[in-house]
Every structure is written in C-alpha cells, then in structure tokens.
Design a protein around this ligand. Structure first.
Ligand code: NI
Length: 135
C-alpha cells in the first residue's frame, strides 16, 4: 500500500542522513524498518508486567505551552509509584527529565505512554529492571 505522510523538513532530512549512512536502498525501506522497530518497542512495552523498577527518560521542548504542567500532573497522578525525578536543562529550549518509578509494571508503562504522546516531547525511553528476587 502507498501512504502519504506530512513531516517537518528537519525530521525528514535527519532520517534521510541516517538511511544513507546505514546503506538502505530506498527511503521506503528505511520507513518500513522504522515502523517495525516502533511496533516491536510497543509490544515490548505491553509486556512490561509484574513488579518493576522503571526509568523513564524524556527529552522535551520546555517552551511548548502547558507541557511541563502536564508532565508534573502525570507524575502526581502516578505519585504512589514515582520515587524520584531529575531535570537537566540541555540547551536554551530542550530539557531532559528522568523519572524513576517502582511498582506495577503496567502502571510504569502507562505513565511512560502518557508522557510520550504529549505535544513537544521529542523522545521518551523506558527501561525497566526488577529486584531480581524471582531469578
Ligand atoms: Ni529545563
């Protein structure tokens, strides 16, 4: 199937640089691969289960109206499992936030998913670990 997608120019330029460096034969092949990675990541996140320690790393544009309020609001909402957060001002506009959570894996995933869909968020990464008691 063929689809049409609108993208910011700088995002497409960066994507083209990467697929050129990686040796993809076409932009379409790179996009197919990117979509597969997105799906694999989604499936991995859906499997986050049981008691987990989660680390959410968020890179965002702090000038996006309402974004910092929303990020704070989500942390309050998941306040029973949020243990700590760290904020670093990376440059004039971009901030890095790291949130450490400890609780039910599905709640950890939900908190990460809520954050990744906010406008102005550039990147969200979730990593999880457990206490290792079950190993
Ligand atoms: Ni900042």
């Amino acid at each position: 199937m063929r689809i049409g997608v609108s993208l910011p120019e700088n995002l497409l330029n960066r994507f083209d640089e990467i697929i050129l460096n990686r040796g993809y034969s076409s932009r379409s092949e790179g996009i197919r691969d990117a979509i597969r990675s997105y799906i694999v990541n989604y499936e991995w996140m859906s499997d986050v289960d049981g008691k987990r320690v989660g680390v959410i790393t968020i890179v965002y544009d702090h000038s996006q109206r309402g974004l910092e309020d929303s990020l704070t609001h989500i942390q309050h909402e998941f306040g029973s499992i949020v243990q700590s957060s760290l904020h670093v001002h990376l440059d004039r506009d971009i901030c890095l936030m790291v949130v450490v959570l400890n609780g039910d894996g599905q709640d950890v995933r939900k908190a990460a998913e809520r954050m990744m869909t906010l406008k102005g968020v550039k990147h969200v990464k979730l990593t999880t670990t457990s206490l290792g008691n079950e190993l």
